[in-house]
Design a protein around this ligand. Sequence first.
Ligand code: 1HE
Length: 266
Amino acid sequence: MRGIADLRLSNILLTVDDDRIATVTLNRPAKRNALDLATIDELVDIFSILPRAGARAAILRAEGDHFCAGLDLVEHHRENRSAADFMQVCLRWHEAFNKMEYGGVPVIAALKGAVVGGGLELASAAHIRVAGPDTYFGLPEGQRGLFTGGGATIRVAGLIGKARMIDMMLSGRLYRGQEAVDVGLCQYLVDDPEAKTVAIARTAAENPPLSNFAICSAISHMQNMSGLDAAYAEAMVAGVINTQDAARERLAAFAQGTAARIKPEA
Ligand code: 1HE
């Protein structure tokens, strides 16, 4: 795909299959996939290019036993950053995660082991999170004398509400299993998150790309608007999406009785 081969990646593996489904693999398992600045730069590059290159969906996964241990604490300690320096680091994190959330390509995350701190911030920028039996979620920032800097106050609070987020940060509470689904940290809990993630990505990739673009950018944008403006924007987006050629074809199939009906599996 356009531009992908030119990317210089060290901490992340990127592959794209014949159906234009990208697999983005965090690849620092020896450091529990902690996010150093180089990894964040690679995420910015990858999620800048995938929408323009025509990716139909992206799977976000990790090598090793843990999805992501959050901010690279050793790098942060070594760099002895000033407030201004770390503000710039956080802006780069926001750039990466905003490209994921607002890029218009469905991002489905396969989660395992620790999804903590910045790792949870990364996961929460995906559109769908799939957890397994060993997955756990935490925000240990308080214990480390830190604060979230990669968007948790927006995305994690949005998923679980501010009271639960504050509890996680103050008390170090971890969520896992069905409780993690129930509070909204993930949408699926399955034995094999990798397989489920691939299946979801394949299903999503069958939707017209323009529909997925709206689903994976417009909803997030509209959440940032007043109700009145969101309703206006929704009408504009629906005007474009619901009259696209791909929609006309699918509507014709429905009218002719050849399209699938929407029913739960028996
Ligand atoms: C790391 C990191 C890291 C591991 N930065 N190097 N995040 C945290 O507070 C979580 C910190 N990590 C852990 O609690 C544990 O490492 C895990 C539970 C994730 C995994 O435990 P374990 O026993 O499998 O591994 P380990 O022995 O602790 O670590 C293995 C190596 O990974 C070791 O390096 P080594 O060179 O000594 O072998 C660790 O130093 C390294 N490692 N986690 C750097 N996070 C934008 S603001 C966001 C703020 C936050 O994200 S705060 C949350 C930080």
